[in-house]
Write a protein that binds this ligand. Structure first.
Ligand code: VGL
Ligand code: ZN
Length: 189
């Protein structure tokens, strides 16, 4: 299989979305084969480090009783509770010390599905001269979808790493991938 990670260059950023224990098998909101993406993401991380391309790692980071939880009428079981094991990044994920951790979903009364929703990420990327985003992570039909679409809206050329993401539902994944491609996102492997 061709691997486009040798095409990383200055002006690119690698965006790793929510590769956390709760989104992997055995977690509170497991994505089927969510953990299978880790080796692929690690290859991209290694390529990014070799090229001096910055790595941004998102994490879903909810307080107890968060608005997105079913107990408050939201769609999800409790997940990614701040400082819990479930909220930790997957233990096999090989982030460099230079990785920039971006936290979202930490407000009690508000969810942040997209990495760009009130995180300051777009401004930070522009300040660093970033023009292109390479995105992988979990889940393809929720936070990855929202992040990739917002990345386009913010004016970044955006690539989805096709084997470095998995959806919560199969149908959701099919729909998400179509939506991303319709928005001008290129799927790479
Ligand atoms: C996510 C559901 C709830 C995600 C976060 O990271 O895709 N999904 N919170
Ligand atoms: Zn969440």
């Amino acid at each position: 299989m061709t691997n486009n990670n040798n095409t990383l260059e200055r002006g690119d950023a690698l965006i790793v979305v929510d590769v956390q224990n709760d989104f992997c098998p055995g977690g509170a909101l497991p994505v089927k084969e969510g953990d299978k993406i880790v080796p692929f993401i690690n290859r991209w991380i290694a390529a990014a480090v070799a090229k001096g391309v910055p790595v941004y790692a998102l994490r879903d980071w909810h307080p107890n009783g968060h608005i997105s939880f079913r107990e408050r009428g939201g769609p999800w079981p409790p997940h990614c509770i701040q400082d819990s094991m479930g909220a930790r990044l997957h233990p096999d994920l090989k982030l460099p010390d230079s990785a920039i951790i971006v936290t979202k979903g930490a407000c009690f009364d508000q969810d942040q599905i997209s990495a760009f929703d009130q995180t300051g990420l777009a401004q930070q990327l522009r300040k660093e001269g970033i023009k292109r985003l390479w995105v992988g992570g979990l889940a393809e039909d929720v936070c990855v979808l929202a992040t990739v679409l917002d990345g386009r809206k913010e004016g970044f050329e955006t690539m989805l790493i096709g084997n470095a993401t998995r959806p919560i539902t199969y149908e959701g994944g099919e729909k998400a991938r179509q939506e991303m491609q319709d928005a001008g996102v290129r799927v790479v492997f």
